[in-house]
Design a protein around this ligand. Sequence first.
Ligand SMILES: NC(=O)c1ccc[n+]([C@@H]2O[C@H](COP(=O)([O-])OP(=O)(O)OC[C@H]3O[C@@H](n4cnc5c(N)ncnc54)[C@H](OP(=O)(O)O)[C@@H]3O)[C@@H](O)[C@H]2O)c1
Length: 277
Amino acid sequence: MELDVSRGTDIAIVGATGKTGRAVAAALDGVAVVRRLSRSAPDYPVDLETGAGLVEAFTGCRGVYFIAPNVHPDEPALLARALEAAASAGVDHVVYHSVAWPYSPKMPHHMDKARCEEELRAFGSERGLYWTILQPCAYAQNFEEVLTGSPSLVVPYSLDTKFSFVSLEDVAEVAARILVEGAERHHGATYELGGPEMLSVRDVVLLVETMTGRSVAMESIGVDDWMRLHGSELSPDAHQRLSAMFEYYDDRDFLASSAVTATLLGRSPTPIRALVR
Ligand SMILES: NC(=O)c1ccc[n+]([C@@H]2O[C@H](COP(=O)([O-])OP(=O)(O)OC[C@H]3O[C@@H](n4cnc5c(N)ncnc54)[C@H](OP(=O)(O)O)[C@@H]3O)[C@@H](O)[C@H]2O)c1
């Protein structure tokens, strides 16, 4: 990856201190000048709830990668603030981190991402901003603990639901390529990013057991029981959004092709077995 510096060298990542943002920042390090933005970011503190710090942090950037906080009650409002700031700061290209299957009426946080996609397309067309959308499926790294040694896994949905787990590092590499290759090449594109296999949680656990000789106790429990154990800190809105997602996963598979992922990476996407340690 080589940066055409005629449009500047700096790329801002909104949400850079989170799980996704750290991976995208790592993929861009050494290629572009990375500005890490979030409330706790030391160099570029920003607040998407108020817009504080955004214009200053975006000024001089060629591109912005926008990652919303997980299951936020109003993601479109956060994106609207960031887009206004990006336009005021003269940013060329905004890349929005969406999700596979955004239009899923049973999952409110996916529906908010569908609204964000529409907002981005409309804003881009009205204000002359280049845009690109990435739609990753579930990350393989959501199961990092089991892949790297935990002896048990409890999920609030069926152990047999299939997912096209995509490696977060592959998603980050795609994001970095798009930001580096730039606006003209990727403007107007919506890329769905699946991994190379369709696997259930049961398949993943069996793979880990076979590859490592470890045994992993797996269990599916009810959403309410899971929430009592893990969701006590969540707001009622986040509780409801996550519960809806788990109920959806209990009901049907969540799949996406790896064809676009492979094309954008220029190589085969990472299979789960490569992440097992
Ligand atoms: N996990 C998956 O499989 C998957 C798949 C596809 C898409 N996604 C999407 O990826 C996104 C990010 O997920 P994640 O797990 O990386 O989230 P995360 O680890 O919780 O990170 C969220 C980031 O947002 C920042 N943030 C929170 N509130 C903010 C505010 N008011 N102003 C500015 N920054 C704020 C956080 O930093 P501070 O707290 O310091 O501000 C942090 O850097 C979500 O929208 C999720 O839906 C996830």
